[in-house]
Structures are given as C-alpha cells and as structure tokens.
Design a protein around this ligand. Structure first.
Ligand code: XMP
Length: 167
C-alpha cells in the first residue's frame, strides 16, 4: 500500500474546506448529509470544524443486484425531513458521478432548499454523469484508493490516511 494523502494533509485541507463552507450557510437551516459508508470519517472530521447550528443525516445508495447496470437504490430511512432546509451532501470520492447525481436529484425531490456537494477526493478524467461539485478536498489520479472511509471488500476504512492499493 502506498500512502497518497497523509493524515496531516487531510486535516489541513479539512480546516480550509470548513473555512470555505461555513460562510455559505451563515444563519441558514443546514443539514449535512453523509453518504454511507465511505463518508463517515470525512463527515465526523468536517462537522467538528463547523462552529454553527446544523443537523446531520445519513443516506445510502447501492446498486441493484442483478439489475441493469446504472440503477441505484436509495435508502433514506435514516434521514430526517429536509424540506425547507439547505443540504450539503458529503461523499468520500467522486468517480463517474452517478451516485452523487442521483442523490442530488433525490434531495431536490424531497424539497431541500438547495443541495451542494462536497467530496474529499475527485478522480481525474472519470466523470461521465454531470454533477456540480462545490467543494473538493483533493484531485487524485485514476487509481483505486482505500483508507479514511474508503474500502476494498469493506476493509481498510479505518486507516487515517488515503492509500493506493497495490496488487
Ligand atoms: P460513482 O461512479 O457513482 O462512484 O461516482 C462513487 C462511489 O464508487 C466508489 N469508489 C471507490 N471506492 N476506492 C473506493 O474505495 C476508489 O478508488 C473508488 N472509486 C469509486 C465509492 O463508494 C464512491 O462513493
């Protein structure tokens, strides 16, 4: 495993991202929605840097097993009503954009006042589904990464850094 982004780099970047995000929502009803499971570290570390009233929600998106590729099932049973609230959607990584494009659409359909997107990582040259990303932690090359919430076979999520998984 080769470390791509160190713990120190992540924390320094989260300080900057929190400083960018906070003024956008000054005095507004905000719900920060993390996409399970990969965003849990990002969510926990980012919200502790935001000294403002906010709610936290969780949402899950998974591919339908055996269905036509591209179909996603959204489980929003852990997410309280977002009607009349601004939503900041957090995910670990933007790859093709399919997951976030679908989740943004879902949150608008649920009556969110606005939906912005923050990702820790954006893979270069991979996006095919248009999605507007408002806050990006790091641009990374097209490699499979693990750690800091990201997994391979549901393992390695607990690593405090982002690493490239070598074969
Ligand atoms: P899309 O293509 O919908 O994909 O933007 C987003 C989801 O795909 C997973 N993903 C990865 N997971 N290392 C991972 O551990 C990676 O390099 C990687 N690339 C994509 C991830 O679940 C993300 O939410």
């Amino acid at each position: 495993m080769r470390v791509l982004i160190t713990t120190e780099q992540i924390h320094a970047r989260l300080d900057e991202m929190a400083r960018q995000i906070a003024p956008e929502y000054h005095g507004q009803p905000l719900t920060i929605v993390g996409v399970l499971t990969g965003s849990v570290m990002f969510l926990a570390d980012l919200v502790r840097r935001l000294d403002m009233p906010l709610r936290i929600g969780l949402i899950q998106a998974s591919s339908y097993r055996g269905a036509v590729s591209g179909e996603l099932r959204i489980d929003a049973s852990l997410l309280a009503d977002v009607r009349g609230r601004h939503v900041l959607l957090l995910d670990d990584i933007l790859d093709t954009g399919q997951t976030l494009a679908r989740l943004v659409q879902h949150l608008h359909e649920q009556g969110a006042l606005s939906v912005k997107v923050a990702v820790l990582l954006r893979k270069q040259g991979r996006q095919v589904h248009p999605v507007n990303v408002d806050f990006v932690g790091f641009e990374i090359p097209d490699a499979f990464v693990v750690g800091y919430g990201l997994d391979y076979n549901d393992e390695h999520r607990q690593l405090p850094y982002v690493a490239v998984l070598s074969s």
